[in-house]
Write a protein that binds this ligand. Structure first.
Ligand code: FES
Length: 133
């Protein structure tokens, strides 16, 4: 068996704890940076809003238009995050992965998701809608 001198042992300990400290510092710094990123904003103009049908689906969100009010949900399924689609015959949002369904109010109806859709924050002003996704 190889013997390690006391000096080498101390050196290896310092190296190990130093490396672990640097790794931990970098990880925490990255987490702080990521948590401070502003949300992505999407703008829909008044003219575009007038042309929309009852259901408008974009990459990140689902918009339900009723008269002049809106409900906007994340397109991510609350089960495992697949992108939801709209089933026009059943008038529900349907997850293609495990078939969870949700009504147009974002309420959970069936499937493994067991949660309502996540509502997104948005602001309406004279020029249109600004959605935080
Ligand atoms: S990811 Fe949507 S039901 Fe599983």
């Amino acid at each position: 068996m190889m013997k390690i001198s006391e000096e080498k042992r101390k050196f290896l300990k310092i190296l190990f704890y130093g490396g672990a400290g640097i790794f931990l510092y970098a990880s925490i710094k990255n987490l702080i940076y990521l948590s401070k990123l502003p949300p992505k904003k999407i703008f829909i103009s008044k003219e575009e809003l007038k042309k929309l049908q009852e259901i408008y689906i974009k990459d990140d969100f689902l918009l339900v238009k009723k008269e002049n009010s809106y409900k906007i949900f994340s397109r991510k399924c609350p089960h495992l995050g697949c992108k939801l689609n709209y089933h026009s015959e059943k008038k529900v949002f349907l997850c293609p992965c495990h078939q969870s369904t949700f009504d147009l109010e974002g309420n959970y109806l069936s499937g493994p998701a067991k949660k309502n859709l996540f509502s997104l924050h948005f602001k309406e002003n004279s020029q249109g809608l600004e959605i935080e996704v």
